[in-house]
Write a protein that binds this ligand. Sequence first.
Ligand SMILES: Cc1cc2nc3c(=O)[nH]c(=O)nc-3n(C[C@H](O)[C@H](O)[C@H](O)COP(=O)(O)OP(=O)(O)OC[C@H]3O[C@@H](n4cnc5c(N)ncnc54)[C@H](O)[C@@H]3O)c2cc1C
Length: 339
Amino acid sequence: MILREHVPLSSLTTLKVGGLVRYVVECASESDVREALTFAHAQNLPWSVLGEGSNVLARDEGYAGVLLLMRMQGCVFEETDGSVLVTAGAGVPWDEFVTLCVERGLWGVENLAGIPGTTGASPVQNIGAYGTEACDSLVEVRVLNTKTGEVEHIANKDCAFGYRESRFKHDKTLIILSVVFRLQIEGSPSLGYKDLAAYEAMNGALTTPKAIAGAVRSIRAQKFPDLATHGTAGSFFKNPTISKEKYTELAEKFEGLPGFANDTGVKIPLAFVLDRVLNLRGYTEGNVSLFERQPLVLVAHTGATAHEVDVFAKSIAERVHDVTTISVEREVQPFPSKI
Ligand SMILES: Cc1cc2nc3c(=O)[nH]c(=O)nc-3n(C[C@H](O)[C@H](O)[C@H](O)COP(=O)(O)OP(=O)(O)OC[C@H]3O[C@@H](n4cnc5c(N)ncnc54)[C@H](O)[C@@H]3O)c2cc1C
């Protein structure tokens, strides 16, 4: 178990903000996790879990507890009838996992290429992009239930998956140790998203998982800031789903407002509202901006504090509400979730 003290959260999160953590433990195995929990208990301190910190807004106050960084490696591929079961350690970087799969010609996660973070965090908000979500190929999640001390295998149907949703987002007593996916040996491209279709029209047919993953990475490189030089957690807000009536009303008011019907209403791209309705592309207050190339992405510049990011995000949400009466929800979660 590797233990560090007084580590800035700004160095552990991609938004690059946040104060000091009392203890940080790098967990490379289940026994490291158990040891870290025992340590936290002995110190009478709370504990919490992070992967690569790419979906959190860390608080300026820091964290007076024990932070477990999930670093378990290893992917095991097991061929069954016409498909392959892949078990990935929680600390495997997600994009490395995707690379290992597409290099083998396996179908299922190619549209999710290029998403930052760990494989262990992929079920937490049920990562999604270009018409695919983690839950589409996920079989089960292996967790340490910290209330019982037992390892449990939670089947897909029991994960309460939804749009950027799962039970793991809310139940912080479950530590994900590994995730099992079922990938297909035979498959067909899912290229319904306009960016992918446009890429194909320009560059030729995308016929293999590897080619699709490459296309997705290249499209994403145009849309997202470079994590090496920018503080960001990707899309800061969720795309809202509104009622059909509300959509009709807004579409009359705001010409060209796209809408995608789903089970509960109509999902609208918030980027359209930020850009075309509110004209906020590149909008900046102090050290925080909406990214010029994709206004749903918030950028924390050098010197930004978590408080500034929080105030900025609140003011953006208020502007959206003032003009559309839509209450937007954050995709990025506060860390720690409670003080
Ligand atoms: C540039 C950029 C682009 C992005 N694009 C997308 C996108 O297209 N689609 C998308 O869905 N997301 C996207 N994201 C968000 C982010 O990449 C994902 O949410 C990712 O899964 C977070 O992984 P992480 O390891 O960084 O999790 P962290 O940010 O470290 O943690 C996120 C939450 O999960 C919990 N958690 C992490 N690991 C575990 C574990 N092993 N057990 C239990 N709980 C755990 C943490 O406590 C925290 O609450 C993007 C982010 C960035 C910075």
